[in-house]
Design a protein around this ligand. Sequence first.
Ligand SMILES: NC(=O)c1ccc[n+]([C@@H]2O[C@H](COP(=O)([O-])OP(=O)(O)OC[C@H]3O[C@@H](n4cnc5c(N)ncnc54)[C@H](OP(=O)(O)O)[C@@H]3O)[C@@H](O)[C@H]2O)c1
Length: 303
Amino acid sequence: MNFTFKKTILFLISTLLTFVFSTRAFADEERYMIKDITLNSGYTMPVIGLGTWSLSNDQAENSVYHALKSGMRLIDTARYYRCEAGVGRGIQKAIDEGFVTREEIFVTSKIMPSDYDRAAQGINDSLSDLGLDYLDLMLIHQPGWNDEAVYKAMEDAVRAGKVRSIGISNYYTPQAIDEVLSYAEILPAVIQNENHLYYQNTDLQEYVKQWGIVVESWYPFGGRGHTGEHFGNETIISIAEAHGKTPAQVILRWQIQAGFIAIPGSSNPDHIAENFDIFDFELTDEEMASIRAFDRQRRYENW
Ligand SMILES: NC(=O)c1ccc[n+]([C@@H]2O[C@H](COP(=O)([O-])OP(=O)(O)OC[C@H]3O[C@@H](n4cnc5c(N)ncnc54)[C@H](OP(=O)(O)O)[C@@H]3O)[C@@H](O)[C@H]2O)c1
């Protein structure tokens, strides 16, 4: 092998290695910066958003506007929360100011149990209060006496172009999922459940993966009245210190790295901005494992 040939081979190998490592570095960077996932419906959904439970209409308007201003694109509401009108106003204000378009925003609502005998009308009512002509995601709020009819109404709404993706909420067991799948013509894309440090839906998440269904977490901080137990967790505090982040940010980072979608609720614009500022760091495998170990199957609610 002459010298020029050897040099050419070495050059090719080093170019190949540079390419492989730079692609890997790029892929790693991309991985922890990923803000959206693709649902089994084909639509993309942001992994972090704003929850609006317990907000008044005025608070919802303000929170939604600030969430969109901070870069959040997922807004979770429900007919039951009675703040869809405020959510709609916050969305409209952001669109009017020109920093976001309707297509860039992902809006979820839920059919409430008292509407289960008029689900189609419930969907229309949500659209009307929100001032939208389609919802990105509609969920059955919780299992009820005629889930099948409610589910069918959501499927009709998809066919009518009023709803893009559908899902279920508060279904915790494989049996409950199997029952929905037995009549579903359109797969649920999302299951929204209570899911936090002390009640992790890991087994359910594993079970529904086969249909490409994603678990979305309500009460990511344990809900109002319980956040101290989460933010005051010593391990979470020390991980937060190691990354120069807050406990809230570590909890949300764990949620999305574990493959969940999280919708922290807040009426405080600073908290909302903080909750979205989680795409510049990554938890290590050890940190993820130590958080995984907090699961003690403890729920705060029983619906
Ligand atoms: N499908 C269902 O059955 C169901 C049930 C419950 C909830 N949900 C949905 O899930 C969402 C989340 O649940 P949630 O809002 O009840 O509880 P949560 O997100 O676990 O906690 C909300 C609490 O955390 C505080 N908070 C938020 N960000 C913070 C931060 N960065 N630092 C310190 N405190 C912070 C909020 O106070 P501030 O307002 O002061 O920020 C509020 O007290 C709801 O809003 C709703 O959209 C769904």
